[in-house]
Design a protein around this ligand. Structure first.
Ligand code: ADP
Length: 768
């Protein structure tokens, strides 16, 4: 047959099928017109590629359909809608003409109307598979199902199913191309089986998705409902939870923290309004959100700048400042030469009496490096929970002071100062020192766990610094991790300079006065230092100067003055009678009284050790708030004297008929430490022999049972105390000679220094 040809794109017409489509291509329209003029039949064949605009023979499929045109409708814009009815498959043999329309030569194969048992069986199978597919896919309409069941001719059955249910063009074309009915049904069965499987899988996936969506929607709906109800009840908790959720999503927490916080928020959102637990739960989440996750300040490790800042606020302290600069230099080196940026190293510990500027130096470090500063005093902390917090199950539990400090700092890398680390104690509530160990240990503090927070928090970027008054009471394991920097007490001269340069200007400013409006003469300042304070540092001095400034301010207002100059007389008017009068040492040598030198937590001190003997039964009494070490020194002293009774012309059994009383007066500061051995021995010998002791001599040193004099600590402090007390001769253990380097020259020049190796050397100088 020769028929005009219309190529179809993405669409296929089967025999016995009625369908309409739009024709737009010029040549297709021409073919249509030609067909209408002849017998209204066209050959419809699919293009292999729908994109091809002007297909040739090779672009067309091999088999198409001869169709009868039933209706033609002109649409606006050169498009024609046609209604066609498929009549028979036909094989394209040739395209004989391409202009003005395609003319094709096609061959219609004879109808295959065999009815073999194989075909019969295939028909049934096809019907069953189709039903199965219809059930699985839910896409086949009842109408199609009905019309399929009506078909009784095997060749039509395959065509109808293919036309109505197959969606893929390749599948449909494959069916169209099967001329043989048996092969066509088989091919269709295969496709139906595959499609049914796909439909099953699709159904599973869909139902899973649907469940998910349903749950999400349900949750959302319920949550909105709760919110609405709570709003109705005037409860603002619900909106709070949303707020917290939003804040949580904006905070860069670590994974564990985020997971726990989200869980808690879910719990929180489900709690009935008014439950007391809501507060507990919300406080916890708020604590998490208030921590400075991911916030860091950049370090400024410019050493010159650091030096300038430390110098600006602190007079003297050269050695301390140099150590601080060294420490910063090491940090800077490490930062430049290591990748991880974790700067593990010893913790600095400033040791010295109160008021010598330890805290103030640490503040200076923070300022120089540009980090935020937080401070926590460990003095009197005896409960581990203060450091690590209470578990959340406790009523009123809060995080420990470390976490609180981090919140206050507002950054992950502040300078964190632990004051008075030597004043921690421990009892049944746990050992705070072991918690501190964990905090300070660079190996494990990147995941510090507070009992309350119950999540790891990174402390490894914090610069921890500690201070202490004395080293000997710092727990050993802690001491191991620290680098000790001793901050010594000040001499009067240093105090004078600090007061003039720093304390006075600072107080004047803090009291709102104009700079330099209060002047203190050097003599007045010395009077304040000598007669109104007695301390190693400058804390009381600072307070006393503040008092003077206040009085001066009153005077300025009362008497309408611009400036006030404070002289020694004015000091006495402002502050009342002097509180400390330097007693000149007793000039006259005395029996049983010896000047000792002690080093206490508040600096150096002179102590007059007294010894008296009386008729009795060999009892030894020690009074004056002595510690155990000092009591043992006293016994060692007594034993030595007994062992050497001959040399002093004492009766062998002198101790049996005598009671001996040793007393160490002066103040209420508990005294302990191994440095009063020589003093007590000298006092004993003097009391027992009746020989007088020179009162312008002061001594310090420990003795062994054999009378050797052992070295002691705090030489500088002790000499400063002796200087204040007007002592002329100092007896020191020989091995302490090297420590004299630290003593300011003007102090040293006041003394005659005698070094002693044995107690005999001491007695020779001290006894008359
Ligand atoms: P500490 O921590 O050692 O007990 P602080 O750091 O609290 O002592 O010092 C007490 C006061 O003395 C602070 O106001 C500090 O500024 C001041 N101060 C201490 N030493 C110096 C110094 N060398 N130069 C200037 N001011 C000082």
């Amino acid at each position: 047959m020769r028929l005009p040809l219309i190529p179809l794109r993405g669409l296929m017409v089967f025999p016995h099928m009625v369908l309409h489509f739009d024709v737009g291509r010029q040549k297709s329209v021409a073919a249509l017109e030609q067909a209408m003029m002849e017998d209204q039949r066209v050959f419809l064949v699919a293009q292999r590629d729908g994109e091809t605009e002007d297909p040739g023979m090779e672009d067309l499929c091999r088999v198409g359909t001869v169709a009868l045109i039933k209706q033609v409708l002109n649409l606006p814009g050169d498009t024609i809608r046609v209604l066609v009815e498929g009549q028979a498959r036909a094989v394209l043999r040739a395209v004989t003409q391409e202009e003005p329309y395609w003319l094709s030569q096609v061959e219609v194969p004879p109808q295959d109307a065999r009815e073999t048992p194989e075909i019969e069986a295939l028909v049934r199978t096809t019907q069953e598979l189709f039903d199965e597919y219809a059930r699985a896919s839910l896409r086949v309409s009842g109408e199609t199902q009905h019309s399929v069941s009506e078909v009784d001719r095997p060749d039509q059955l395959a065509d109808i199913i293919a036309a109505n249910v197959l969606t893929r063009v390749e599948d449909r074309q494959a069916i169209l191309e099967e001329i043989d009915v048996e092969a066509r049904l088989e091919a269709l069965c295969e496709i139906l089986i595959r499609e049914t499987q796909l439909a099953d899988i699709e159904k599973q996936v869909q139902s899973r998705l649907k469940k998910q969506i349903d749950k999400n929607q349900k949750d959302y709906y319920l949550r909105e409902q709760i919110k609405a109800i709570q709003e109705e009840l005037g409860d603002k908790d619900a909106t709070d939870v949303e707020d917290l959720r939003r804040r949580l999503s904006e905070t860069p927490l670590n994974d564990e923290a985020r997971e726990k916080a989200e869980k808690e928020l879910d719990r929180l959102s489900r709690m009935a309004p008014g439950t007391p637990e809501i507060g507990v739960s919300r406080t916890w989440v708020e604590w998490i959100l208030d921590l400075p996750w991911g916030k860091y300040t950049p370090d400024n490790l410019d050493l010159r700048r650091a030096r300038r800042i430390l110098d600006e606020d602190h007079y003297g302290l050269e050695k301390v400042k140099e150590r601080v600069i060294e420490y910063l230099a090491v940090r800077r080196m490490k930062e430049m030469n290591t990748q991880d940026g974790a700067l593990k190293g010893p913790i600095l510990c400033f040791v010295g009496p109160p008021g010598v500027g330890k805290t103030s130096i640490v503040r200076g470090i923070a300022k120089a490096v540009g980090r935020t500063f937080v401070q926590m005093s460990l003095g009197g902390v005896r409960d581990e929970a203060e450091i690590r917090g209470h578990r959340r199950t406790y009523v009123g539990a809060i995080p420990g002071r470390i976490i609180a400090g981090m919140k206050q700092a507002g950054t992950m890398n502040p300078v964190f100062l632990f004051d008075e680390i030597d004043k921690m104690s421990h009892d049944f509530r746990g050992d705070p020192a072991s918690a501190m160990l964990e905090v300070l240990d660079g190996e494990q503090n990147d995941a510090f766990r507070d009992h309350y927070m119950e999540l790891p928090f990174d402390l490894s970027k914090v610069m921890f610094i500690t201070t202490a008054n004395a080293m000997d009471t710092i727990p050993g394991p802690l001491l191991d991790r620290m680098e000790i920097i001793e901050v010594p007490s000040y001499t009067e001269e240093e105090k004078l300079q600090i007061a003039k340069r720093h304390l006075l200007p600072k107080e004047v400013k803090e009291h709102g006065l104009i700079a330099k409006s209060v002047k203190l003469s050097d003599a007045a300042m010395r009077k304040v230092i000598e007669n109104y304070t007695r301390e190693a540092g400058v804390r009381t001095l600072d307070r006393t100067i503040a008092r003077i400034v206040r009085k001066a301010a009153v005077e300025m207002l009362d008497e309408d003055k611009q400036t006030v100059t404070v002289t020694p007389q004015v000091v006495e008017k402002y502050l009342g009678a002097p509180r400390f009068i330097r007693e000149a040492p007793e000039k006259e040598p005395r029996v049983g009284v010896v000047n000792g030198l002690a080093y206490t937590t508040v600096g150096g001190e002179t102590l007059a050790v007294e010894c008296a003997t009386m008729q009795g039964s060999g009892q030894v009494q020690l009074t004056g708030q002595l510690g155990d070490v000092m009591k043992e020194s006293a016994r060692a002293a007594l034993s030595w004297v007994r062992a050497h009774s001959d040399e002093f012309g004492l009766d062998k059994d002198f101790h049996k008929e005598l009671d001996i009383h040793i007393h160490v007066p002066e103040g209420a500061v508990p005294k302990d430490g191994p440095s009063a051995g020589v003093t007590m021995t000298t006092a004993l010998v003097s009391a027992l022999t009746g020989r007088k002791v020179r009162q312008d001599v002061a001594m310090t040193g420990e003795i062994t049972l054999r009378g050797r004099v052992l070295p002691i600590g705090g030489v500088k402090e002790k000499l400063l105390a002796a200087y204040r007390a007007g002592i002329k001769t100092i007896i020191l253990p020989l091995e302490n000679k090297k420590d004299l380097e630290d003593v300011p020259a003007h102090v040293l020049s006041q003394f005659r220094i005698v070094t002693a190796e044995n107690i005999e050397d001491v007695l020779k100088v001290a006894l008359i």
